[in-house]
Ligand binder design. Structure first.
Ligand SMILES: [Zn+2]
Ligand SMILES: [Zn+2]
Length: 882
C-alpha cells in the first residue's frame, strides 16, 4: 500500500529555503497587520555594523529574535520586528581610509565632504551584505521599515536629543582626560579600551627637594611623562614622607619647582610609596591634580609625538623620548634603578595601539540625573532582565557611572549640532543650521568639527526607528517595545544607554524585558577570534546544512545568559533531526490516501492514540511556557524529544500495522491522528526551523496559505491524561526490555521470539492483555504469555526486570544454544586478551613514566571497557548454561 508523494526522498535545504523566503516576503507576511485589533509584540533588532558580516553571535541573536517573533505572530499578536544597521563611526571610517590608502590617498586629499561622499558610496556598494545574510537566516523582520542610524529620521532624532539635553544643561563641554588613540585619532570610551597584561619596567627616579640636600624617590612606568609632572604625592599616613609634605621638589631635566603633597589615592605599597603626578597624561593624576589645583601640562600631542612643552625632546615619538629621557636621567645621576614590572596597558580595541590618556576639550553628557530614573525603572521591575542576575550588574554600573564623553574626532557620524560665531564667540546649539548669529547677526559661523559617539544614536534606536520625535502610529502601537534581545557584552555600551535615553526623551521605558544571551565559544570553550583562527562562518554552515539546521543547533543547549559551546556534532545531529522529520512526513504523506478529516469518538481511540495526544498537548503547553520564560533551549529540547522519540520512534511504528489493516475505520482514525500530530508538531517547530516546516506543511492536506500565520497550537486539557501516559510508559518499558535482550544476544530482526511476562499486578496484567499487539509488533514476539503467578522461572530464558514485571525471553528454539555458547566463549577470550594487553601496558613502569597523560588515560579507558565487556559475556554465558 502507500502512494507516491511529491516530497523528494532526500531533504535538500538549498532547494527549499530561498523559495519560501521569497514567498513570505512577496506576500508581506513580515509586516504587522495594523488593521487588526490585537495586542502588539515588538522587537527592534540590535543594529549590526554596516561594515559587518554575519558571525555566530549575530546568528544566535537573530535566531532567538526570529523564533520569538514567529511564535507571537502565530499566536495572533500584532507583531513587528524592526531591522536596521548602525553607521559604526570608527569601524566604517577606518575601512574606507584603508581603501583610500590603497589608492595612495588620505581623507585629507578628498576633504571632509568628498570623504563623506566616498563613505556613502561605500555603504551603497557593500552595506547590504549583512542584511542579505540576515535574510539567509530566515529572519522575518519587516524590511519595509528597515532603518539606518544615519538616515534622515534617525539623524533628526539625534539633533533633537542633543539640543534638548544641551538646553537642560545635561550636555557640556569640558577639559577632560580621555583615552586617546593616536592612530585612530579620536577619543575612545573606557569600555573600548582593552587592558592587556604586559612586561614593562619600573623606573626609580630621584627628585631633589628644593633648598635642601634631601630628595624623594618616585617610581614610574612611564618616565617620558615626567616632562609634564606638576607634583609629587605621598599617602597622608605614610611616616616615611611626613616630613616632606608641604615642601617642594625640583623636577630633573626641566628644573620646574613642583609641590609635594599628601593624597589618599596614593598606594603605599607601589614602588617607594611616592609618585610623580602628571595630570595631563594619567586619569588618576588628573583627579588628584584637580583636587590639589595642579597645573596640567600637555607634553604629548594627538599623534603621540612630544610637543613644544617637551623642550629639547620636541618631535620625538613616545617611545624614542622614553629612551632619551632614561639615558639623560642616568647620565645626570637621577636614575636610581630599573625593575622588571608586569602591568596592564590600555590598548585601542579597534587597532591595538597603546592608548594615550590626554587632556582635551570634549563634549559630555552629565550622567547622574539621567542614571537615577534608569536605576529606578529596573529596581521597580518596570524593566526586567532575563536572567535576573544581570539586574545587579546593571544597577552597580549605573550607580557608579561617570559622565559620558560623546565627542569623537571623526568625520563619519552625526556632526555635533553646535556652531561658533567667528565674530563674537557666541555658541549656538540648534536642531537646524543657523543662518546668522543671534547675538551679533554675523553669518560667519563654524560648525563644531567633531561627531557624536556611535552609541549616541544607537541609544535612541527603540524610538527613533519608530518615528520619534513625531507622534507616529508606529510609535503609539509598538513603543515601548516588548523585549530587547542582546548579548551580555553590550549591557553597558548599549542597554543602559537606551534605558536612560528612553526615559528622558519619551518619558517611557524603551522595552519591558531584556533577554540577555551568552557568547558562542568554540568546542574547547574559547572565545572565537581572528587570531585563534577558531571562528566559524555561519554562511558556510548554511550553505552546507541549511539555515534551519544552523538555527536549531545554535538554540540547542542555550540557557538565558550563559555562554554556549559550538560543536560540529550538534550541527550533524540537527541535520539528522531534519532528515528524521522529513522521512516521518514522507511516511505520513504516503499513507494518507483516502484521508478525510473525521470526528473521532473517544471509544475509537486506542491507548497509543490517547498517549500521543496527551504527550502532544503537554508538549504544546510546556513549549509555550518555556518560550514565555525566554528559555528557547528548553523549548527546542522538548520538541526534539517529542518529535524524534515519541512521534517518530514510537507512534509511527505503532501505527504501521493499523495503516495496513483491513479495518477501514481504524485506519481512518490513525490517519487523522498522524495528520493532526504532524501538523501541530510542524507548527510548534516552525519558529525554530521555519523552512522545512513550511515545505512539509504545504504538502499536507488541509494546509493554509502559509504556516507562518497559521495558528499556534493551544493545549487541549481534555486530551491530557497522566494515567494513559503512565500505562503507555509501562508497556514501553516491557518493549525496551525485550529489545535489549534481542540486542545482547544478537537475535536477528526477522526472528520472532516467545516471551513470558510475569507480574503480580492484576491491573498491569490486564493492560498487557489488552495491548498485546503493541508488544508483539514492537518486540517482534511470536507468543506472548502473561502469568500472574509464576512458580518457576522458565528454562533457558533470559530475563529483564521492569517496575511491574519480569520479562522472560525463551531462547530454546530461537538460538542454537551450543553455537551461541561457542560464539560467546570466543568473544570472552578476545575480551580477556584486550584486557591483558591494556593491563600489561599499565603495569609497565617505563610506559607510565614516558607516555603523555592522555595516552595513559586512553589505555585506562580501554582496560575498563574490556573489563565490562568480559563481565557482560560471562553473565550471558551463565544464563545459557543454566
Ligand atoms: Zn586605534
Ligand atoms: Zn556673533
Amino acid at each position: 500500500m502507500g502512494k507516491t508523494v511529491d516530497l523528494p526522498s532526500v531533504y535538500d535545504p538549498g532547494q527549499v529555503e530561498g523559495k519560501w523566503y521569497e514567498y513570505w516576503r512577496a506576500k508581506n507576511y513580515f509586516a504587522p497587520d495594523q488593521d487588526r485589533d490585537a495586542e502588539p509584540f515588538s522587537i527592534v533588532m540590535p543594529p549590526p555594523n554596516v561594515t559587518g558580516s554575519l558571525h555566530l553571535g549575530h546568528a544566535l541573536d537573530v535566531t532567538i529574535q526570529d523564533a520569538l517573533v514567529r511564535w507571537r505572530r502565530m499566536q495572533g499578536f500584532k507583531t513587528l520586528w524592526l531591522p536596521g544597521t548602525d553607521h559604526a563611526g570608527i569601524a566604517t571610517q577606518a575601512r574606507v581610509e584603508e581603501a583610500l590608502a590603497a589608492e595612495g590617498l588620505s581623507k585629507y586629499d578628498l576633504g571632509r565632504e568628498g570623504f563623506l561622499d566616498r563613505i556613502w558610496e561605500w555603504k551603497r556598494l557593500y552595506g547590504n551584505r549583512i542584511t542579505s545574510q540576515l535574510s539567509l537566516m530566515g529572519s522575518s523582520c519587516d524590511w519595509n521599515r528597515e532603518r539606518f542610524t544615519m538616515d534622515e529620521g534617525c539623524s533628526r532624532a539625534v539633533r533633537e536629543v542633543f539640543v534638548n539635553l544641551y538646553e537642560k544643561g545635561l550636555i557640556y563641554q569640558g577639559d577632560y582626560i580621555i583615552n586617546w588613540c593616536p592612530r585612530c585619532h579620536t577619543a575612545i570610551s573606557d569600555i573600548e579600551v582593552e587592558h592587556e597584561e604586559s612586561d614593562g619596567k619600573l623606573w626609580y627616579l630621584r627628585y631633589p627637594v628644593k633648598d635642601s640636600d634631601q630628595f624623594v624617590i618616585v617610581a614610574t612606568t612611564r618616565p617620558e611623562t615626567m616632562l609634564g609632572d606638576t607634583g609629587v604625592a605621598v599617602h597622608p599616613q605614610d611616616e616615611r614622607y611626613r616630613h616632606l609634605v608641604g615642601k617642594e621638589a625640583v623636577l630633573p631635566l626641566v628644573d620646574r619647582v613642583i609641590p609635594i603633597f599628601a593624597d589618599e589615592y596614593v598606594d603605599r605599597e607601589f614602588g617607594t610609596g611616592a609618585v610623580k603626578v602628571t595630570p595631563a597624561h594619567d586619569p588618576n593624576d588628573f583627579d588628584m591634580g584637580w583636587r590639589h589645583g595642579l597645573e596640567q601640562i600637555v607634553v604629548i600631542d594627538n599623534h603621540g609625538i612630544m610637543n613644544d612643552n617637551a623642550g629639547s625632546y620636541l618631535g620625538l615619538t613616545r617611545e624614542e623620548c622614553r629612551r632619551r629621557i632614561v639615558e639623560d636621567l642616568e647620565k645626570q645621576g637621577y636614575l636610581i634603578k630599573v625593575e622588571e614590572h608586569r602591568h596592564a596597558v590600555g590598548h585601542c580595541q579597534r587597532c591595538q595601539t597603546i592608548i594615550e590618556p590626554l587632556v582635551s576639550k570634549q563634549w559630555f553628557v552629565k550622567m547622574k540625573p539621567l542614571a537615577e530614573p534608569a536605576i529606578k525603572a529596573v529596581m521597580d521591575g518596570d524593566i526586567r532582565f532575563v536572567p535576573e542576575r544581570f539586574t545587579r550588574i546593571y544597577i552597580n554600573w549605573m550607580e557608579n557611572i561617570r559622565d559620558w564623553c560623546i565627542s569623537r574626532q571623526l568625520w563619519w557620524g552625526h556632526r555635533i549640532p553646535v556652531w561658533y560665531c567667528q565674530e563674537c564667540g557666541e555658541v549656538i546649539c540648534s536642531k537646524t543650521e543657523p543662518e546668522s548669529c543671534p547675538s551679533c547677526q554675523s553669518s560667519q559661523l563654524n560648525q563644531d568639527e567633531d561627531v557624536l559617539d556611535t552609541w549616541f544614536s544607537s541609544a535612541l534606536w527603540p524610538f527613533s526607528t519608530l518615528g520619534w520625535p513625531d507622534e507616529t502610529r508606529d510609535l503609539k502601537e509598538f513603543y515601548p517595545t516588548t523585549v530587547l534581545v542582546t548579548g551580555r557584552d553590550i549591557i553597558f555600551f548599549w542597554v543602559a544607554r537606551m534605558i536612560f535615553s528612553g526615559l528622558e526623551h519619551t518619558g517611557n521605558i524603551p522595552f519591558h524585558h531584556v533577554n540577555i544571551h551568552g557568547l558562542i565559544l568554540d568546542s574547547q570553550g574559547r572565545k572565537m577570534s581572528k587570531s585563534l583562527g577558531n571562528g566559524i562562518d555561519p554562511i558556510e554552515v548554511i550553505e552546507k546544512y541549511g539555515a534551519d539546521t544552523l538555527r536549531f543547533s545554535l538554540i540547542t543547549g542555550v540557557t538565558p545568559g550563559n555562554d554556549v559551546r559550538f560543536h560540529w556534532d550538534k550541527v550533524e545531529n540537527t541535520r539528522n533531526f531534519a532528515n528524521k522529520i522529513w522521512n516521518a512526513a514522507r511516511f505520513v504523506l504516503m499513507n494518507l490516501d483516502g484521508f478525510t478529516p473525521v470526528e473521532i469518538k473517544d471509544a475509537e481511540y486506542q491507548l497509543a492514540d490517547r498517549w500521543i495526544l496527551s504527550r502532544l498537548n503537554r508538549t504544546i503547553n510546556e513549549v509555550t511556557v518555556a518560550l514565555e520564560r525566554y528559555d528557547l533551549g528548553e523549548a527546542a529540547r522538548l520538541l526534539y524529544d517529542f518529535i524524534w522519540d515519541e512521534f517518530c520512534d514510537w507512534y509511527i511504528e505503532l501505527a504501521k500495522p493499523r495503516l495496513n489493516s483491513s479495518k477501514k475505520r481504524d485506519r481512518m482514525v490513525v490517519q487523522n491522528l498522524l495528520h493532526q500530530v504532524l501538523m501541530d508538531m510542524l507548527r510548534l517547530l516552525h519558529p525554530f526551523m521555519p523552512f522545512i516546516t513550511e515545505e512539509i506543511y504545504q504538502h499536507l492536506p488541509g494546509h493554509g496559505e502559509t504556516i507562518m500565520i497559521d495558528a499556534w497550537p493551544v493545549e487541549n486539557q481534555a486530551f491530557v491524561s497522566r494515567e494513559d501516559e503512565e500505562k503507555m510508559e509501562q508497556l514501553m518499558q516491557v518493549i525496551r526490555g525485550i529489545r535489549n535482550i534481542r540486542a545482547e544476544f544478537q537475535i536477528p530482526p526477522g526472528t520472532r521470539i516467545p516471551v513470558v511476562i510475569a507480574t503480580r499486578d492484576e491491573g498491569f496484567a490486564h493492560l498487557l492483555g489488552g495491548n498485546q499487539a503493541y508488544i508483539q509488533e514492537m518486540g517482534r514476539v511470536k507468543r506472548l504469555t502473561v502469568e500472574t503467578s509464576l512458580d518457576q522461572k522458565p528454562a533457558q530464558a533470559v530475563s529483564a526486570v521492569t517496575a511491574l514485571a519480569e520479562i522472560y525471553v525463551l531462547l530454546e528454539g530461537v538460538l542454537d544454544v551450543d553455537k551461541e555458547v561457542a560464539r560467546l566463549e570466543k568473544d570472552l577470550k578476545n575480551a580477556q586478551a584486550e584486557l591483558d594487553k591494556a593491563l600489561g601496558k599499565l603495569g609497565n613502569q617505563q610506559f607510565l613514566a614516558r607516555a603523555p597523560r592522555e595516552v595513559i588515560s586512553k589505555e585506562e579507558a580501554k582496560a575498563e571497557e574490556a573489563r565490562q565487556k568480559k563481565e557482560g559475556i560471562q553473565q550471558r554465558l551463565q544464563i545459557l548454561k543454566s
